[in-house]
Design a protein around this ligand. Sequence first.
Ligand SMILES: *Cc1c(COP(=O)(O)O)cnc(C)c1O
Length: 376
Amino acid sequence: MSVEAPGILALVREDLRDFAGYSSARSARLQGEIWLNANESAWANAADVDAACRRYPDPQPADLRDALCALYGVRTDQLLVGRGSDEAIDLLVRATCTPGRDAVLVTPPVFGMYAVSARLQGAPLVDAPLRDDPREGLVPDFEAIERAALARGARLVFLCSPSNPGGAAIPLDAVATLARRLADHALVVVDEAYGEFSDVPSATSLLGDLPNLVVLRTLSKAHALAAARIGVAIAAPELISVLRRCQAPYPVPDPVARLGVAALSPDALARTRARIDQVRIERARLFDALSRLRCVRRVYPSQGNFLLVRFEDADAAFAALLAAGVVVRDQRAAPSLGDALRITVGTPAQNDRVLETLATLAAARPAPISTAGGAG
Ligand SMILES: *Cc1c(COP(=O)(O)O)cnc(C)c1O
């Protein structure tokens, strides 16, 4: 018999509901002048010129957390800062899935970390593949997701919006409907790693009505800080508090927190927004130009900073780009993407190199005997 848990805590592992986590030297609200409670060095390292790293950091650096809350328009008790959204994905799986029992549902082809975290936790993985719509591209099949989640006991449903690698964004009403239908059964996680590039607004606006909704955001993509590893989970306060207790004691290094705060200053944000506009313009240009190439079967419409492209001969396209010094993401191992490459939108000059290389390839290719029967 499982212990009755109120509301959203019913979706947390029974054995973790009263888990307090690690009690760090920074968690106690003590007042003092001389801190001798954490076995830190009394002197700064010679290389640490402003002595910023001598002590353990704030587990949730307040300045960074406040800046992120302002950026995403949420309250501090709704947000957890961690080492990229990858850590948030891992924490969600660990906090909700009892190994060998509770499943994780994913919508392939999709970002691989959901499956990696599920595997590490021993959580069964349930697939509800994206549907290939001739107009909209690779989109979730919501009925199949709901059916599979309920039938297979999924505790977590990962939606990726805009989706990597497909590029389609999920309308908010579809997210809300799914979350409502799965309310007592699963958390619905919307990974918005590419949300800044999208026309669809963030699912954070739905949080008040949907306690089983989680939104993931990151500074890795649009904010150009992939190496800083700053990502967040945004959810109901009860759930955020559980995730915090499952998290490592000091997840955000002090130099990283300072960089993050600086990156969210009004000046830096204005420049980031200008870059996002530029990426969207280049994305449209690339989409049009790629769509016209003879070696290209299909370009998927994208709300991200990348394009998924099916080729007549993906091997030849990959090799030609590589020979021109351009490395793109090979998607050919992914189910149903045997002829596809994912190309990140670069600078205008880099995108020109991609287009020139593929145009040469298209010219070198003998004309197709038949145009029928492209991608299956
Ligand atoms: C890149 C990416 C991430 C990784 O984000 P980090 O914050 O760098 O860990 C998460 N989700 C998707 C879909 C991504 O493509």
